[in-house]
Design a protein around this ligand. Structure first.
Ligand code: FAD
Length: 368
């Protein structure tokens, strides 16, 4: 059996990795678009604190976080050392006692079935500041030891590399799709057919462009995110927890004295790959209002990513009905670095002709 995976973000890389582990022949093709979401994603993996309530989406979000343990173990066993995953904990903060109490209750209700979240506990403002030193003095918190952060770029590369080590091939190219006698075919940029029994489209915010010629209305659009990276020279940041204020902005730290503040959520942005004054100001103002100690940080870069945003918060995963040989995975939105590795495993099971280990009918793509 031979499979072509279109798009090597977190999702496509995971599909390829899981297929290669089954001994299936895989070719991964990626065009390397500017604004690939996986390269810009902040990398927070902490589903238990979310305010969003869609149960089907949450089931995948929680399963995605849980799956990280097995994923990291498997990649490490295969010799991958740069995976970019750290279980540094997460700190939910608020100045509003009632809001924090509500968050604490919500988290406790959810972790009843998620021991991997660890021993969740309330922390004083002083303790919160000890955990995340640039924080304001007056913010009590709820600490979630199982919260984690991941460098999406490193993880996707590790999965793709592991797939290649098991026999997959990876090439940079733009591909397109067509239907012949009810079956999908993949063409490279020269117009040559890439032979495949199954084609998996994991092309993120660009997927509708290659699916439209097949008569498929694929409801996924780019949602632009601008995310600012700071360096705090000489400061050891690697063990700082992910910081989750009760807004859409957040902070997290990485190993190289780097603190990331995210992010704008710009609908109707199209593929506008520019750092804007308004975007940068929004993110910095939100970050410094919570963590004024970051004011002396050096701005080292602002990344742009296009989140694949669907009509609802739910991902799209499964076989495209009405077209033979076509599997679609997309619409991971703002939680794709958490959901992507597990969703890739589910897609690999479909590709291999098995029933996926969970019911994926709520995520079925539209038919042709
Ligand atoms: P992508 O990573 O965008 O990959 C799609 C790939 O397909 C691209 O490389 C593209 O070049 C390729 N492609 C497209 N068309 C073609 C074609 N015709 N031929 C060949 N290749 C093609 N998620 C979290 O869980 N936690 C977070 O904290 C978080 N923070 C985020 C912050 C920001 C600012 C952004 C932008 C996203 C964030 N996300 C987060 C979401 C997450 O990054 C995305 O949901 C996820 O990366 C989507 O992965 P993907 O593989 O579907 O798409």
């Amino acid at each position: 059996m031979r499979v072509v995976v279109i798009g090597a973000g977190i999702l496509g890389s995971s599909v390829a990795y899981h297929l290669a582990m089954r001994g299936i022949q895989v070719e991964i093709v990626d065009e390397g678009h500017q604004g690939k979401a996986t390269l810009a994603g902040a990398g927070i993996v902490c589903p238990w604190a979310t305010k969003a309530t869609d149960p089907e989406w949450y089931a995948l979000y929680a399963a995605g976080a849980r799956y990280y343990g097995d994923l990291v173990e498997g990649l490490t066993r295969r010799g991958e050392v740069e995976i970019g995953y750290g279980r540094v904990g997460a700190l939910v903060v608020s100045e509003d006692r009632k809001e924090l109490e509500a968050a604490e209750q919500r988290i406790h209700a959810r972790i009843a079935t998620a021991p991997e979240a660890g021993d969740v506990r309330r922390v004083s403002a002083a303790d919160a500041k000890r955990l995340f030193p640039p924080l304001r003095d007056d913010l009590d918190g709820v600490y979630i030891p199982g919260g984690a952060r991941v460098n999406g770029s490193l993880l996707a590369s590790a999965m793709a590399r592991a797939a290649v080590a098991m026999g997959a091939t990876l090439r940079r190219d733009h591909v397109s799709l067509e239907v012949q006698e009810g079956r999908v075919r993949c063409l490279d940029s020269d117009g040559s057919i890439i032979e495949a029994d199954e084609i998996v489209v994991t092309a993120g915010a660009w997927a509708s462009q290659i699916l439209r010629p097949l008569g498929l209305e694929h409801p996924v659009r780019p949602q632009k995110g601008q995310i600012v990276h700071l360096r705090l020279p000489g400061v050891e940041t690697r063990s700082w927890p992910v910081l989750l204020p009760m807004t859409s902005h957040y902070m997290l730290a990485f190993d190289d004295s780097r603190v990331v503040i995210g992010a704008t959520r710009e609908d109707n942005s199209g593929f506008d790959y520019r750092v804007t004054a308004g975007g940068q100001a929004e993110v910095l103002n939100a970050g410094l209002a919570i963590a004024p100690g970051l004011a002396s940080g050096t701005i080292i870069e602002t990344r742009i990513g296009f989140r694949p945003a669907g009509d609802s918060i739910k991902p799209i995963l499964g076989r495209a009905e009405g077209i033979e040989g076509l599997i679609i995975g997309n619409a991971l939105g703002a939680s794709g670095l958490s959901i992507g590795p597990y969703a890739g495993r589910l897609l690999s099971q479909i590709c291999a002709g098995e029933s996926p280990e969970i019911d994926i009918s709520p995520y079925t793509p539209a038919s042709a």
